[in-house]
Design a protein around this ligand. Structure first.
Ligand code: ZN
Length: 149
């Protein structure tokens, strides 16, 4: 498998790594820490470019806010999925109250909302919370389509 460009979860620098079921978990060339943490990463307008737009692996973003109770319950579903899906998909959470610029730019009207990005482009978005089995199934369908194209 050829190398893929992914962002380090700790220092947000881009690394070129070989990903696959038989590859060891990659460490960052710059900070030496693990590139994947199997948890969501807080997305901001500062790291959006390297974390989302320049990623060679698909990125799923959860847009949320602390006052939104469906967001909080979906948040635990999202974390559960992150633990099982990384490094096939990268998991990012954007707090819409802190990152109003990103939320406006991406036209977020209702939360929770998830957007799947691939190679710098929005592929699909979904509004509303989902239980884990539905979210897993939705991701499987979308990501399989991307991997086959
Ligand atoms: Zn790093």
């Amino acid at each position: 498998m050829s190398n893929q460009q992914v962002c380090c979860a700790q220092c947000f620098k881009l690394n070129s790594v070989s990903l696959g079921p038989f590859e060891p978990a990659p460490s960052c060339t710059f900070c030496q820490k693990p590139i994947f943490t199997y948890q969501s990463i807080a997305g901001t307008s500062e790291n959006f470019e390297t974390l989302v737009l320049q990623s060679d692996i698909p990125v799923i973003i959860d847009f949320w806010a602390a006052w939104c109770s469906p967001c909080i319950s979906f948040g635990s579903v999202f974390e559960q999925a992150a633990a099982s899906w990384e490094p096939r998909v990268r998991f990012v959470k954007v707090n819409t109250e802190i990152n109003t610029d990103l939320s406006e730019q991406l036209n977020i009207r209702n939360i929770p909302a998830v957007i799947l990005f691939n190679k710098g482009k929005e592929v699909v978005r979904q509004n509303g919370a989902m239980p884990i089995n539905m979210f897993d199934q939705w991701l499987e369908t979308q990501v399989t389509l991307l991997e086959e194209s």
